[in-house]
Design a protein around this ligand. Structure first.
Ligand code: VTB
Length: 322
């Protein structure tokens, strides 16, 4: 995989973040999402890859751009054939409501390496490198927490579990409390929440709970680069979702590991903060026509973790100044 590809995809997530961040707190999640999609799609046209979207904005009939199966990138005869997973804006509601932790995110791997995950729910567990190998999504919550505490050399009361704030997690929250661990809730964006487990200064040790399966593939891509662990169980919530899983050949009894979700170790990943967060600051408009972005760029092959801080002169990039 071209070692410069990570920088090129950072441009893609920066573009989407800059575009959607203009709509922070404006109460319009669709407009924020659309701005991210348009900007991301435009920037992809400048990247030398022969890409196909495997995780995107939806099926062709429901999404005009970045739909599943769409071919993107320059697509020249010598360009690498790749699978692309995108979430132009993970946390549309967060941006609409001016809340933290929204990101724009992309993962790219050689063709055939990213799982075509059905758009259903997935029960997830994620931990950072120090707790790799000690969790099992099928085991009781308390046991996983104890094992993570041991691996980290912490007391259970010092372990923090991060959980998506949804009514469906009432029992999970009760179990974590019974186990004696701390809880940090978040309103949206479990890709970033999974990544946070790999950075101790975010004060998060374990992600647990049910979010979207497509986001699971993006999180697995990042955690593969970071050396963490991710496991997912598909948990379709409706008959329709169940049917989709079967149609797509997915197995609802299987524990999907990182290697099932992202094959090989040639994956690259980029995420740019849109609204403020513990790991990535959001887009900041520091002067008229000047904005800063903060991007995490990862490459599994070498395990390099880069944080790229950029200052953008928007008057020189008219497509962002709109
Ligand atoms: C989660 C969350 C995402 O979808 O995956 C969630 O991390 C799952 O769906 O940011 P529900 O909102 O139905 O719980 C998102 O909120 C974005 O789609």
């Amino acid at each position: 995989m071209d070692r410069n590809l990570p920088l090129n995809i950072a441009r893609v997530t920066e573009a989407a973040a800059l575009a959607s961040a203009k709509l922070l707190g404006r109460g319009d999640k669709n407009a924020a999402d659309q701005a991210a999609v348009d900007a991301m799609r435009r920037m992809f046209d400048t990247v030398s890859i022969d890409g196909v979207v495997v995780i995107g904005e939806g099926e062709m009939d429901e999404a005009p751009m970045l739909y599943i199966g769409e071919e993107i990138g320059i697509g020249g005869p010598h360009d690498l054939k790749v699978d692309i997973a995108v979430d132009p804006l993970d946390g549309t509601r967060s941006v609409a409501n001016g809340l933290p932790n929204a990101i724009s995110v992309v993962a790219i791997a050689p063709r055939g390496c990213l799982l075509h995950a059905p758009d259903t729910y997935m029960d997830k567990i994620a931990v950072g490198p120090k707790a790799k190998g000690v969790v099992d999504i099928k085991k009781p919550v308390e046991e996983n927490i104890k094992n993570v505490a041991n691996a980290l050399g912490k007391d259970v009361s010092e372990v923090t579990v991060t959980i998506l704030d949804r009514p469906r997690h009432e029992k999970l929250i009760e179990d974590v409390r019974k186990a004696g661990a701390r809880i940090k809730m978040f309103s949206d964006g479990d890709v970033l929440a999974a990544i946070n487990t790999c950075f101790s200064y975010t004060d998060v040790d374990i992600l647990m709970g049910v979010g979207g399966a497509p986001e699971g593939v993006l999180a697995a891509a990042a955690l593969k680069c970071l050396g963490g662990e991710f496991q997912g169980l598909l948990t379709p919530a409706t008959e329709e979702q169940h049917r989709r899983c079967i149609e797509m050949g997915a197995d609802c009894d299987k524990v999907y590991t990182i290697d099932d979700l992202v094959k090989g170790d040639e994956v690259v990943f980029a995420a740019t903060g849109v609204s403020y967060g513990e790991l990535l600051d959001g887009v900041q408009y520091i002067e008229k026509n000047v904005a800063t972005t903060h991007t995490l760029v990862l490459r599994a092959e070498t395990g390099t973790i880069r944080f790229i801080d950029a200052t953008h002169k928007l008057d020189k990039k008219p497509e962002y100044a709109k």
